[in-house]
Design a binder for this molecule. Structure first.
Ligand SMILES: Cc1cc2nc3c(=O)[nH]c(=O)nc-3n(C[C@H](O)[C@H](O)[C@H](O)COP(=O)(O)O)c2cc1C
Length: 398
């Protein structure tokens, strides 16, 4: 049975952007182009396939805007700002999507690269390193790198940008009370912790005007003392005040993977935002409960474990969520939106949420991320072993 009359297949809007349906490809890293800083035919083909597959909006994998590469660079400012990191031929990505399907939009995700400092000094259980506190001048440099990237994404033909402020990113660390103990204008209150986002958006708006600027944030850090279900509504309100056009709700700081499955309520394997063992309905759409108390007017994009079209239609029908984002299901089946629309096959995605795609991302820096479970079956066992021993290996690392 076709699903043409489903609300999920009705038009939606983000700022002045009209989208043909409510399905969004959530950012999924493209290691080959970020590492080589050059666009590739394989990546262009993937984005063409995604557009033809019926998704209304594609959010690209994160593009790096600043990089401070080694411990020795610690006090020498940014080794590479956005100019030195720009992917050659990036404009072909936007052009490919638009020429494949005229009403499919594409938004570029912008994120920091490796940085040896943090909002306040902290030692990461993950990297085992102690990060020193950023100076106010360095915060200004970071803002500048994000703004340069946003301006370039507009020039390169993208329909908008998404600021990556979730998971373990530097901006996520500013937003979280657990990693931001500064006592200046960038720390303390929720308003101060969001100042870096306000600075980026305010400064970018001077050049890009109403160009859509989205953000991805944590609704929970899964860490004691971090952002959680009680503090997230106030954080979301401040984020809206910063002037962004839509908020994608994700969760999990990398350090949470050192907690037990019992404490977390999910299996601690890479990555914390991509839960495995998504079986029952309750385990699907696992960040849904965190948006129930939000009081914001900008569109909400729900990501994480969205797996069953009938369940998703129900969620969209209730009106609390405006868009549904998918990452792993579209690695498995880039044409899933059309398959669901046309009523072909199961109402559930074929993706089994095993996270072997994350193994693929970490081990094949020169290739596309693939669904190992489907395309490279002989590697699946190796990938699963790598995932399940990851926490132990990282804990042993000096
Ligand atoms: C292989 C892979 C790469 C990812 N790369 C990014 C990324 O570049 N930026 C980002 O914000 N999230 C990234 N994510 C997280 C996804 O966008 C998404 O939030 C998460 O996987 C949960 O959604 P899902 O259940 O639909 O996979 C990635 C996830 C996977 C599996």
């Amino acid at each position: 049975m076709r699903r043409d009359n489903y609300r999920i297949f009705s038009e939606g809007e983000i700022a002045e952007l009209s989208l043909p349906n409510r399905l969004v490809r959530s950012a999924t890293w493209d290691p080959s182009i970020v590492n080589s800083r050059q666009m590739s035919k394989e990546v262009l083909n993937l984005y063409k396939e995604l557009a033809l597959g019926g998704v209304g909006l594609i959010i690209t994998g994160g593009f790096t805007v600043c990089n401070q590469q080694s411990a020795e660079d610690d006090s020498n400012g940014w080794l590479l700002g956005y100019d030195g990191l720009r992917v050659e031929g990036i404009e072909e990505l936007a052009e490919t999507v638009h020429s494949s399907v005229a009403d499919c939009s594409v938004i570029a995700q912008v994120e920091n690269g490796s940085v040896n400092a943090a909002p306040s000094e902290f030692t990461s259980a993950f990297s085992k390193r102690t990060y020193r506190q950023l100076t106010v001048e360095e915060i200004g440099d970071i803002v500048h790198c994000f703004v340069e990237a946003i301006v370039d994404m507009k020039k390169s033909g993208f329909d908008g940008v998404q600021i990556h402020a979730a998971h373990g990113s530097l901006l996520a660390r500013f937003l979280s009370p657990i990693t931001n103990n500064r006592n200046d204008a960038y720390g303390g209150s929720i308003s101060n912790r969001t100042k870096i986002i306000r600075d980026i958006v305010t400064s970018a708006r001077k050049s890009v005007g109403k160009f859509p600027i989205l953000i991805k944030v944590n609704c929970t850090d899964y860490l004691v003392g971090g952002t959680d279900i009680d503090s997230f509504p106030d954080l979301a309100t401040e984020i809206e005040r910063a002037g962004v056009d839509a908020i994608e709700v994700s969760g999990g700081m990398w350090e949470c993977l050192f907690r037990s499955e019992k404490e977390l309520g999910f299996r601690p394997v890479p990555a914390p935002e991509s839960h495995t063992r998504i079986g029952s309905t309750e385990k699907q759409s696992y960040f849904l409960k965190y948006i129930e108390k939000l009081d914001i007017a900008i569109p909400i994009i729900l990501v994480g474990g969205n797996r069953d079209i009938e369940r998703l239609e129900e969620i969209i029908g209730k009106g609390e969520v405006d868009f549904i984002a998918l990452s792993r299901p579209l690695i498995r089946e880039p044409d899933l939106p059309n398959r669901w629309l046309e009523g072909r096959g199961s109402q559930r995605t074929d993706c089994i949420s095993c996270n072997s795609c994350i193994y693929s991302m970490h081990h094949h820096s020169d290739r596309l991320v693939t669904c190992v479970h489907k395309d490279d079956k002989s590697l699946h066992g190796v990938a699963q072993e790598w995932l399940s021993t990851w926490v132990e290996r990282v804990s042993r690392r000096q």
